[in-house]
Design a protein around this ligand. Structure first.
Ligand SMILES: Nc1ncnc2c1ncn2[C@@H]1O[C@H](COP(=O)(O)OP(=O)(O)O)[C@@H](O)[C@H]1O
Ligand SMILES: Nc1ncnc2c1ncn2[C@H]1C[C@H](O)[C@@H](COP(=O)(O)O)O1
Length: 229
């Protein structure tokens, strides 16, 4: 247990649409908490640029690549005994990206089926414990688009606005129905990653979210009525 009352072996995952600020917050929180990071790597991804140039041709390859990478990261987290902040959750690969490409016809139904069955087989292993908390970052589309622009990855900047609009809308719908682990929603206008007091406030909210879940769980074991998340 650290000074914030968060167990040293906790796994906190950060979710949200492209450019919303996951990597930045992951790094800042890990520094403040003394946790390790599990970062989503973009620079050496052999499919990502090709994918943005031709979704139909490369969707399946990219999903398989991300799945393999995330599985390796997940394994490393479990073997290290937790204590990680994770940049993007595994749930978004299937719940957002693969599904969106299948629905819009840029991943074939057969490829989607193959991907989903592989995903399910991999996720149902001891290497995929549910995170203790998912931090979900949300913000307005214009604010997020200006962050994508500012970050300057050409492949993302060249992508039509409608793609990011659809993704933004999907995320909003997806998080409302998400139940796999406790969720802490943060609006990107309401914190400052460069301010230690602001990070401490987020850490307090992470702690409170974990505590509420623990109380709800104990309450359900005792058959008492408790306020659920
Ligand atoms: N809290 C913040 N305030 C201002 N700019 C931010 C903040 N968080 C991230 N950014 C900027 O937004 C861009 C995208 O952030 P990043 O963390 O890479 O997003 P993601 O990992 O969600 O794709 C980067 O240029 C980053 O510097
Ligand atoms: N599962 C995925 N399918 C398609 N594209 C993906 C997936 N996971 C990440 N991406 C893309 C989106 C961005 O261009 C980069 C990095 O994501 P970010 O949200 O900036 O960390 O990879």
């Amino acid at each position: 247990m650290n000074n914030y009352g968060i167990p040293d072996d906790a796994l906190i995952t950060v979710a949200g649409t492209v450019g919303v600020g996951k990597s930045t917050l992951t790094t800042a929180l890990a520094g403040r908490l003394g946790f390790k990071t599990s970062m989503e790597k973009v620079d050496h991804n052999p499919y990502l640029e090709k994918f943005y140039a031709d979704f139909e041709r490369w969707s399946f390859h990219l999903q398989i690549y991300f799945l393999a990478e995330r599985f390796k990261e997940q394994k490393a987290i479990v073997e290290a005994g937790g204590g990680f902040i994770q940049d993007r959750s595994i749930y978004e690969d299937t719940g957002i990206f693969a599904k969106m490409h299948a629905d819009q016809g840029t991943m074939s139904a057969t490829d989607y089926q193959t991907y989903t069955s592989l995903f399910e087989a991999m996720v149902m292993t001891p290497y995929f414990p549910h995170p203790d908390v998912m931090i979900y970052l949300e913000g307005s589309l214009p604010a997020i688009l200006s962050r994508i622009q500012e970050r300057g990855r050409d492949m993302e900047i060249r992508t039509e606005r409608a793609y990011w609009e659809r993704m933004h809308a999907r995320y909003a719908e997806w998080i409302d129905g998400f139940t796999a682990c406790p969720v802490l929603r943060l609006n990107i206008e309401e914190y400052d990653v460069n301010d230690p007091a602001s990070l401490d406030d987020i850490i307090r909210q992470i702690h409170d979210t974990m505590e509420r879940t623990e109380l709800a769980y104990r309450g359900s074991l005792q058959g008492t009525e408790v306020r659920t998340l």
